[in-house]
Design a protein around this ligand. Structure first.
Ligand SMILES: [Fe+2]
Length: 583
């Protein structure tokens, strides 16, 4: 039985195909149309998923769409009466939604009547929870989803057992930890969709001196369900104007209207404009924002642990990308095991909706665990060779060599140990926003100046943003203060103090690292690269950053070559080929 999950007309448009309970392919539309966080209808992603599965459109039995217009209808109507403009915007999206069948047929130049599949609408947060639990290694787990807003809710929790999830409760619009984080991100002068990461990185440079103020911006909810929070709404405007998200167009990165009110500036000082310098005050505000998020998030998890008595937690939603908060779960709550799948944000809804249908609706037993992130496009040796030849890179002063596996990793590890910057492209593209050793830029973690070098030469990003370490999974406990697996870079742990000076480049200013634990099973060639680097240097860690330069992560070999040439990396591993600069 074949199930197609589609996250459409929403940020991070994506598709996934599940065949007889096994995930076959999952990818974001941005990797194809090259628009970061692309919304719209993921036609290219769907075409790829079906091709990877060897399926025709007529062979899809179920289509799962992670939105249910009927969810929380009462709350929607309540706000609809107060926000006519918001309603008009939602109505436009809804009209598009009713046309998923037509858009799907259009993506294949087919007739809608040829689609035999049954269509399912899965509520946003239930799809988030399913995206984590049903592909987790846990038979039983507590579940939490937290994001900006989806189907008029921001937070949902419950528990999962076998092939069933039970929803305990939800927090609805306008109260949202995601919108809280985004509002303060905007206030701090970071206006772009997805900039919350930057502020999380900035937070480590400050002190949470304004924590008391932030306790008024997000308040514990003593009256309601006892596990929740409420926003101090005087600091926000979205409950009056509606969160002005523009999701609909595929050729645009989503944008979000202003979320914070004048009250926030009165309380915290003038909002920072994007081009103003970042001062100590801003760093302290970022730290206060993060500290309050952690209090509320970890507080919710504590209560969830108590209510369920479970030791495993599955997380999803944009807030689940807060790796700093996630890394504190082991000390702050009774949970002992954490699972966050690599596309924890809205892209992951495609996988979640598909698995919701397979287990929750059809009652099929569990049979799949997402143990790696490599569910996107891969390219054959012939395609890679064609990309190299059509670029003509060998005629541009570069040496191109096709090498056997061992020789390739040996040469690549030596290049990294020599302080050079290596583009590392192999296998199928990663699912989710993190490069995890198939579309990565790899560098020497031992060099304190590597962060500046990467920023200056390749990445062109804010200096306060950390780079991440990839570590051999078996060495995790020796180098970090926690050893629980973090295969998808969704947890940050403290680097052991005695090791910090050995890997200064991917160690953040607060002594933590947003690590990827690499196993031989999940990624044999990347594991071999790091192992060889360890043999050369004694350090089982490399610095890993995504293979891109202010664009979606490269997908095709052609894009990798372009990015390599444009950013002047020193060497490139492209499948079985090694590209180096000639003399
Ligand atoms: Fe979401």
């Amino acid at each position: 039985m074949n199930i197609l999950g589609i996250n459409a007309y929403h940020g991070n448009a994506s598709a996934a195909v599940v065949c007889d309970g096994r995930l076959v392919a999952a990818v974001e539309e941005e990797r194809f149309n090259r628009v970061k966080y692309a919304a719209g209808f993921p036609a290219a992603a769907i075409r790829y998923c079906l091709k990877e599965a060897g399926l025709k459109l007529e062979e899809i039995d179920h289509v799962a769409v992670p939105r249910n217009p009927l969810a929380r209808l009462g709350t929607k109507l309540f706000y609809a009466l107060r926000m006519p403009s918001f309603v008009r915007g939602r109505a436009k999206v809804l009209v598009k939604f009713t046309g998923v069948r037509e858009a799907l047929a259009g993506a294949f130049d087919s007739d809608p009547s040829k689609i035999k599949a049954q269509f399912h609408r899965i509520e946003h947060h239930q799809a988030h929870l399913a995206s984590s639990f049903f592909v987790s290694p846990f038979e039983r787990a507590a579940l939490l989803s937290a994001d900006g807003l989806g189907d008029f809710a921001s937070t949902m929790w419950g528990s999962g057992s076998g092939n069933r999830m039970e929803i305990a409760d939800a927090i609805v619009f306008p109260h949202s930890l995601g919108l809280y984080y985004t509002a303060v991100t905007q206030y701090l002068g970071f206006q772009k969709f997805g900039d919350e990461y930057k502020v999380m990185g900035l937070a480590a440079y400050g002190e949470p001196e304004k924590l008391e103020d932030f306790r008024d911006i997000v308040r514990f909810d003593a009256n309601g369900n006892g596990n929740g929070f409420r926003l101090g709404l005087e600091y926000f405007v979205h409950h009056r104007t509606g969160p002005e998200m523009s999701w609909a167009e595929a050729d645009k990165t989503p944008t979000l209207g202003k979320l914070f009110s004048e009250r926030m500036s009165q309380q915290l000082g003038a909002a920072r404009l994007a081009d103003e310098p970042l001062e100590k005050r801003h760093r302290n505000l970022a730290a206060s924002l993060q500290a309050r998020l952690e209090e509320v998030y970890l507080g919710m998890l504590q209560k969830l642990a108590k209510a369920t008595g479970l030791k495993s937690i599955c997380l999803a939603g944009g807030v689940a990308f807060n790796c700093v908060a996630n890394g504190k779960i082991f000390d702050a709550t009774p949970f002992e095991r954490v699972y966050v799948q690599p596309a924890a944000g809205d892209a992951g809804l495609a996988v979640g909706a598909a698995y919701f249908v397979w287990h929750q609706k059809l009652g099929k037993p569990r049979s799949f665990v997402m143990e790696h992130a490599y569910w996107g496009p891969g390219y054959s040796a012939g395609e890679t060779r064609a990309a190299i030849e059509s670029n003509g890179i060998a005629g541009k002063g570069y040496v191109v060599e096709e090498l056997p596996e061992q020789e390739l990793t040996r040469r690549a590890a030596a290049i990294v140990a020599d302080g050079k910057i290596l583009g590392w492209f192999q296998g199928r593209a990663e699912w989710g926003p993190r490069a995890l050793g198939n579309r990565s830029i790899v560098a020497d973690p031992r060099r304190a100046d590597m962060k500046d070098t990467l920023n200056r030469r390749i990445k062109h990003r804010e200096i306060f943003r950390p780079f991440a370490p990839s570590i051999l999974a078996e060495a995790t406990g020796e180098w970090f203060e926690k050893s629980h697996p973090s295969p998808f870079m969704t947890l940050a742990y403290a680097v052991r103090p005695e090791k910090r000076e050995l890997i200064p480049a991917p160690t953040h200013v607060d002594g933590t690292g947003r690590l990827q634990t690499v196993t031989k099973e999940a990624n044999p060639r990347y594991h071999a690269l790091i192992s060889t680097f360890r043999d050369l240097t004694g350090v089982p860690v490399v610095l890993n950053t995504s293979f891109n330069d202010n664009e979606p992560i490269v997908c095709r070999p052609e894009e990798a070559i372009d990015c390599f040439l444009r950013t002047k990396m020193d060497a490139l591993v492209l499948s079985d080929f090694l590209v180096t600069r000639g003399i």
